[in-house]
Write a protein that binds this ligand. Sequence first.
Ligand code: GAR
Length: 270
Amino acid sequence: MAPKIRIGALVSGGGTNLQAIIDACQSNRIDGEVVFVGSDNPGAGGLARAQRQGIASFVIDYGAIIRSHAAAASVAPDDFDPDEIRHKQHLFGPETSRAKVDGFLLTRAVAEAQLLEKIANYTPDLIVLAGFMRNLTPYFIDRFNTDPAHPRIMNIHPALLPAFPGVDGYGDTFRYGCKIGGCTVHFIDYGEDSGPIIGQKCFPISEEDTLDSIKAKGLALEWQLYPACIQLFAEHRLHTIMMTYTDHGRVTQRRVVKIARPAAWQGGKH
Ligand code: GAR
């Protein structure tokens, strides 16, 4: 049997997805173990779940880092190159002021350098964002994803991407009047919820549904989808390839995920 993968989780809130992942590891639905839980939020319920399970946990207090930067400009990590990171990131478009973008990227690099230092103690194979409400920047992503062809940071998002990226996927789905909602697991890239899609699940929305009922339906699907996608990673079945296509006369490149069949599958009928 292949060795279990080492999974690091980052959470900001209650951590029901984290719990689903821990449970799936314990019941061998994921060939892996959660080796740490990190949070940007000292009050995250996910931290208490980690402690109850005897999983190492830590906090990098993004709020405190951002507040202290507002009082006196933060000192950048030695290896932070603002021009490189600004050029790579897709979180902000040209309409956002340079000062705002630079302040954001500097404070995140300070936080992300601390995250990387903590994470190095646990040598994870995969990082899962499980309700982590902070965008990671290229500073962090490039230092963890050392091989661009093998991304290893996953996120779960409460909408059918590429619709409704951002912080309120179910709310946006509900307010738009969608008749179907869903959730998406994807690898992260330099944009907001824009990376290669690994898996999606959807549910119908009827006239009787409320925002709360939509969230409940969606979360129940998230708890199935995330462990299933992590297991595909553990089985080395997720491969990413660059697709080049012409879109209204413009050549576009996109990295997409292909899911390999299980090794035992020989072709033909089961
Ligand atoms: C989940 O619905 C997850 O999809 C969402 O936060 C919730 C966390 O719940 N994530 C995002 O919106 C990321 N942008 P949980 O803490 O109970 O797992």
